[in-house]
Design a protein. Structure first.
Ligand code: FAD
Length: 301
């Protein structure tokens, strides 16, 4: 079993970036619930602990929500600034011990198909602010901003490019008046990963769905938007649950794996899409006062 041989514990973002520049093969270490879990085959020899370097505050800044990448799932779940769809997604990590360690930045860095947070953040048009290891005290960081989906894809497809800005420092979520959103997932047992995850966001204009974004996890190697599904419902009033499921199911192309058969994932995935679309409630602003189905009643977004 491999074990970590070198451990750096910088106390600032600048120091973390300088450490990475000095040791380009090192991995950033956040909660370690992914990086250090498992049997050690993929365990890095060298890590840079970013626990003291990254912000973890969750703030409203004008029409943006700013979430520090160091925020843990438990902090997201307890935040009074976040809309219900994001706290729902954080709470879908059922194991509280893990929620106390696992961070937002680590969830994006791990970029797993079963991620609890990526689908809802894509649906909400989140952006990431990321820092480059080529920065150092002599060459200040200059945070770059990317659409979350673009950042994730460029990391996966062109590693040389993404390494230029591979440390997520903050996630920014635009607050859009009237936007409805919901997150739904399916797992095998209570503390399981999200085998299937679905996030939806849209507004209602002239009685029809507008600006629909549907992001699904568990239907392929990475969570992503499904433009063909979005096109089914854009501009029209949402049909019944049965009609939604019947339209969505043939457009899903999951694979069989040890978590579930392809046929099951298609069927259950279509049900989750219908659930997310039909249960999406207003998340921010004045419209949330009348539209929210907030299970914590007293909260106003
Ligand atoms: C028992 C258990 C249950 C779990 N349940 C769930 C679940 O329900 N839902 C779910 O989504 N996941 C789940 N996971 C997986 C894991 O907890 C999550 O992926 C978690 O968000 C990882 O965060 P972390 O802070 O522990 O990251 P780490 O394990 O420290 O790092 C993960 C990856 O991200 C990189 N990284 C860390 N921080 C950053 C950053 N700021 N910017 C860029 N890259 C970074 C690391 O280099 C590494 O590649 C579970 C894991 C366990 C052990």
């Amino acid at each position: 079993m491999k074990s970590v041989q070198r451990y750096a514990n910088p106390s600032s973002l600048q120091e973390a970036l300088a450490a990475r520049k000095a040791d380009p093969g090192a991995s950033y270490l956040a909660g370690g619930t992914c990086l250090l879990a498992g049997d050690g085959r993929d365990r890095p020899e060298s890590v840079i602990d970013v626990g003291r370097s990254l912000p973890r505050e969750i703030l409203r800044e004008g029409s943006l929500l700013s979430i520090g990448a160091g925020a843990t799932f438990q902090e997201l779940a307890e935040s009074r600034e976040l809309p219900p769809c994001v706290t729902d997604a954080a709470l879908s990590m059922v194991n509280r011990n893990t929620r106390n360690r696992a961070t937002l930045g680590g969830n994006l860095g791990a970029d797993k198909s079963c991620s609890s947070l990526i689908p809802i953040l894509i649906a909400l048009e989140a952006e990431v602010e990321a820092a480059s290891p080529s920065a150092s005290p002599a060459n200040p960081p200059g945070l770059e901003r990317f659409g979350l989906e673009a950042w994730l894809r460029s990391r996966a497809e062109a590693p040389d490019i993404w390494r230029a800005a591979d440390l997520v420092v903050r996630v920014l979520v635009p607050l859009v008046e009237g936007r409805r959103a919901a997150y739904r997932r399916w797992n095998r047992v209570a503390c399981d990963l999200s085998v299937l995850g679905v996030a939806a966001s849209y507004r209602i204009e002239d009685g029809g769905v507008s600006g629909l974004r549907l992001a699904l996890g568990g239907q392929g190697p990475k969570p992503r938007r499904f433009p063909a599904l979005e096109a089914l419902f854009e501009g029209v009033a949402l049909p019944s649950r049965e009609v939604i499921e019947e339209a969505v199911s043939p457009l899903l192309r999951p694979i069989d794996d040890l978590r579930a058969s392809a046929a099951f994932k298609r069927l259950r995935g279509a049900q989750l899409v219908a659930d997310a679309l039909l249960s999406a409630s207003a998340q921010y602003g004045a419209s949330a006062l009348s539209g929210a189905s907030d299970h914590r009643g007293e909260r106003i977004w």
